[in-house]
Design a binder for this molecule. Structure first.
Ligand SMILES: [Zn+2]
Ligand SMILES: [Zn+2]
Length: 272
């Protein structure tokens, strides 16, 4: 009798597991089928069909393109993370020679500002969402660069409040929350504020002009909070480094010990 009860229970468990498996598959198909309602149906890089919700605005092939693959393995400038092809990672003084004036301690990015990463960052400016593929890439960057970027708190680069009102959200804060979750760190979303709206960087501005245009742009809302802390400053993209440098300088002036930088992507041309 007991044996037959066990068999009956075993059979019910199997049916229940089968039901859950089929339901999960159906939900996955349904979700991927609904992808086009949330995301563009075609890859914003190559035009191919996107068939997985997790891939966001780029197709699976574009996500594995060698041009955007993670920068962690290449020889990088020890300070600013600029790829230095032809150099050797073990060189003790591996520096690009361009970032000496930038105020942050170390900067790293998940990949190059091109292809799927560029398309995802453009999409992020109008949609407050990071696809799962990108969240995994950020988590990998945090895992692999965690020791180099060791920090007490994650701080997003703020938008000026007028710009944030227009946009409805701060894209850097969305990235910062993913970074913080991966690194199990707190986020101080309103610690740094943008005191003046800075003009968008125009082509033709040299490094000094760019630095001047963002000088004094930031303020620390609670200076006592940053004394002797290590801060991980987060933004979507590292372009020239001048905005990140100005934000880092403001935090250092308020008493921070170190300011590391992590961005989704980095412009890799040697034009700081
Ligand atoms: Zn594609
Ligand atoms: Zn450098």
């Amino acid at each position: 009798m007991r044996k037959s009860c066990d068999q009956s229970q075993h059979s019910k468990d199997r049916q229940s597991n089968l039901f859950i498996t089929i339901s999960m598959r159906l939900l996955t198909h349904l979700r991927d089928g609904l992808t086009t309602l949330v995301y563009p149906a075609t890859c914003q890089v190559c035009g191919a069909m996107i068939d997985r919700y997790d891939d966001g605005v780029a197709c699976a092939a574009c996500w594995t393109d060698a041009h955007i693959t993670p920068l962690f393995a290449e020889p990088l400038c020890r300070k600013c993370g600029l790829p230095l092809p032809g150099r050797v990672s073990s060189e003790p003084a591996l520096h690009c020679g361009l970032c000496g004036a930038l105020s942050f301690t170390t900067a790293r990015a998940c990949g190059a500002y091109a292809g799927a990463l560029e398309a995802s960052i453009r999409f992020l400016k109008s949609h407050p969402h990071l696809c799962r593929r990108l969240r995994r890439l950020i988590a990998r960057a945090v895992a692999e660069q965690g020791a180099r970027l060791a920090a007490d708190v994650v701080v997003p680069v703020p938008l000026h409040k007028r710009r944030q009102r227009e946009r409805g959200f701060n894209q850097a804060e969305i990235v910062a929350r993913v970074v913080a979750r991966a690194g199990r760190l707190p986020v101080a979303a309103h610690l740094l504020t943008r005191a003046k709206p800075t003009e968008r960087h125009r082509a033709g501005l040299d490094g000094k002009d760019r630095a001047r245009s963002v000088a004094g742009a930031f303020q620390v809302a609670h200076p006592g909070f940053v004394t002797n802390t290590s801060i991980l400053l987060v933004d979507d993209v590292f372009t020239t480094g001048s905005t990140l440098s100005a934000a880092a300088q403001t935090l250092l002036d308020a008493g921070a010990q170190r300011v590391h930088v992590l961005t989704i992507a980095r412009v890799t041309a040697r034009a700081v």
